[in-house]
Unconditional design. Sequence first.
Length: 304
Amino acid sequence: MHSISIVRIIGNDLPPRHSPGQSVQNLSTILEREPDFSDTIKIWVLNRIISFDLVAILHEKITRAGHCCVVIPYRHSDYLLCPHYVPPPTTPIVFSCRKRRRLHIFSRRFRLMYITNVNPARNVAIAIGHTFARWAIPLDGNCMVATDSLAKIKDLTSSLCLRYMVLPMMRGRESLTTSFPYLLESQEPQVAFHKDAQCRFNWRYYYGRRDKAELLKRLGVTGSWASWNTDPWEPEPPVQAVLSKEVAIAGSVLRLPSGYIDGELSSVKRTCSRDEACIALLNRMDRIRVSRELSNNHSPFITE
């Protein structure tokens, strides 16, 4: 059994949060620039990607590089089983445009949760990683690990009490022109899980609404997410659920650019573009549903 498994998850590109093709570009960059690590296995998870063509491209690149690739398939029939619109029991009075947008997404969350599948996929990545290694590191698909960073992580893998390692994440400003680009401020960290760790990502938290921050709070990890406001229709913030000695900070990861520089420079613009991307994705799927019904096309994938 390996010491560490790095399990990256690639989902759908979501404009305007992402530029079209950024998943292929970032995959190519990681395969070209990230070195092989001793006692470490790399695995990739393709998460509910709706384009059959894109799945084929990514799968071919990953397997050609000698890495394992697992596909969580998108099934349109399963998507249609998800409720289309479920508002909160009591709709609050919402004045700001941003809150109205978040309420709209919340009301359509079940179909968004199916397509993005962010936390269930992370939990799948952890389970897969633990079949090959004592420590599993589920990473967003555009995250890179440097050699010196992984060495720091490995230094802590022998600890008897550690169950979680928090990996600070730096966001890239521009595409790689040297070994690493200029960096911006630290963002929500990634988390490594020992095979005996009990906590997992909460599937009820969907993409863009504290999907990772909820776990960080349960782990007692402090950061800007501790002061994020909770909307009236959202669950109460969690409390710390593990002992402090079970958690340590180790190494770091670099998040490659999403393709739109404004989203990398401003957290506010990043949040707004993420919300716009969620609504655009759901509207696109509605158009696809109507088109498929009119053409009676029941293919399990969408070819673009």
